[in-house]
Each structure stands twice: as structure tokens, then as C-alpha cells.
Design a protein around this ligand. Sequence first.
Ligand SMILES: [Zn+2]
Length: 133
Amino acid sequence: MRIPLNDDQLKTVKLALSTLATEDISREKPVAEIMERIENCEKEFKDKGLRQYAKAAQKRQRDGEIEIDDDAVVSKGEDAGAYVGAWLWVGDDELEEKEDEEACRECGKKYATCGDGYDGMCPDCADKAEDKK
Ligand SMILES: [Zn+2]
């Protein structure tokens, strides 16, 4: 999971966590663990070596298809390289199933169930069935 926070929001979270730990001793360990994770993330995002991978990845961007943020997550691999988090555009037409669509029992074509289909058939097959009558 990724929750993008700006600097002020992050300061607020850290303050709230430290307050929580001082008010309730049982929270000290989990708060320390969360703080460590936050600090590791901050270090990673400031690591110029890792940022270079994000910059290199941005050269592969394609408008409206693949986008890479300046603060993309970078995971250094064991081989010479790193994985860089990217945004991949996925159009509605690529979805396997749309909520308001059903496959026609005749031709298998997807059609909107709220449209002109009839009796499990797409509009075209429903029309053909009607013509045969
Ligand atoms: Zn059909």
C-alpha cells in the first residue's frame, strides 16, 4: 500500500505517533517500528543513487500510457539494476468484465444489459431472433 503524504502531513503523522508513544507505554514498540519504516522511506526518497533509476525510467514514459513519478518507489535488485514503480494506463475496454455487461448467449459478444438486448442476447441477435418469428 502506498499513501502519498506531503511534508506537512508527514510531520503531523510523526508528531501524532510520538505523542501516542509517550501517552501509552504499550504503544512504544509499534510506534518505534512505524517510525523506523517512515525514516527508511524518507532515506530512500532522498537517496540520489536510487533517484537516478527513477529519472532513467522517466525516459521510457509514454504520455497517457506509462508514467513515472519523480518520487516513484525504487527497489534495487540483486543484479545491476532496480525496479521502478510506474503508472500504467488501463482503459475500460481492457477489463475482462464490466459490471453492466453480459456475454450474448448466441454470439458471445459483450453487450450492455441496460441496452436493447433481450433474453440473454445482444441487440443484433435479439433482432435476428425477432425476424425469424
Ligand atoms: Zn449476439
